[in-house]
Design a protein around this ligand. Sequence first.
Ligand code: PEP
Ligand code: MN
Length: 372
Amino acid sequence: MILILASNTDTQGAAYRQLTAFLASLEGINTRVHTERGTEKTLTEIYLIGNTNALDINDMMALPCVENVVRVSEEYRVLGRHQDDPRPSHFEYKGVRFGQDTLNVFAGLCAVGDQEHVETMLKALRDNGQVCTRMGAYKPRTSPYAFQGHGKKCLPYVFDLAGKYGMKVIAMEITHESHLEEIREALQQTGSPTGVMLQIGTRNTQNFELLKIVGRQQEFPVLLKRGFGITLDESLNAAEYLASEGNRNVVFGLRGMKTNMGDPHRNFVDFAHVPVVKRLTRMPVCIDPSHSVGTRSAAPDGILDVMHITAQGVMAGANMVLVDFHPAPAKALVDGPQALLLKELPYFLEDVQIAREAYLKRVALQQKFAST
Ligand code: PEP
Ligand code: MN
């Protein structure tokens, strides 16, 4: 059960003390307090953990400071979408809204290569009206001999250039807790010209210790990729690890499943799960067409498979698109064969717009049908 307190509740005040004293007297119930500090208001929620079946919702509503009470199911307590759940399905970061109702494109480099390519990429994004991008610095690779990413040495110039070209958020994978500190330091050193969304890749979806550490900080939002060989439920529980530790600014990423059934694509595309994740949880849902398809193959209609499946995901209501571009894919240090060409960026963005408009029309059609 979640007690949602009135905004800006004074947690030092008498009413709050009265509330916590009462909760402490409930046998077999433990509490966990979650505080979300926004620019204008602070929201406090108290999670009651234990056997809450005997508690009456109306009695709990009558407690001091309590504005709303939600009875949660066992699944995904913090991030789940529960019955009569008034909690939002969006968050804001660096002035960008991430919600189940918005769409943000994160086009960029799978891995940062040379500085000139980073600048070319960022300039093109700015010129095409983009404020978000992806830039990989720490790369988990199948072979220990493959390029592992430029790591912390590229961070200062990536952040500086991102600021120069108006990028508000960069999605960047981390594979170890030390990367969090390196990102923090580089942001500090450069005067925080941009924001970072930490990406937990598919190889680390169930790295529970990493999830706990990333979950304990609220400075950076997190993009958690679905595990490529585990169930959706297992991946959603991984997202819940982040939230249960305190960070609920989580975007859930679909990136395809590892099975030969998906051949000749690199992974079997799982974007049919976009509406499923939105139904089960309040997380915005990201799709990663590049790592799902993994090639630049095109259908007989001339449209690349990457673009076809992006459209499918967006038309099903996806909220974020993570896609690889490169100014010279042949020179890319990682994932060159799946990267779209930089000159395809405006074409890609226009195609995404067509799919988004189709999605919004489909929602309007549903509403018209429901009201008849
Ligand atoms: C990536 O986004 O570059 C990446 C490695 O993705 P995934 O973890 O989904 O394989
Ligand atoms: Mn990649």
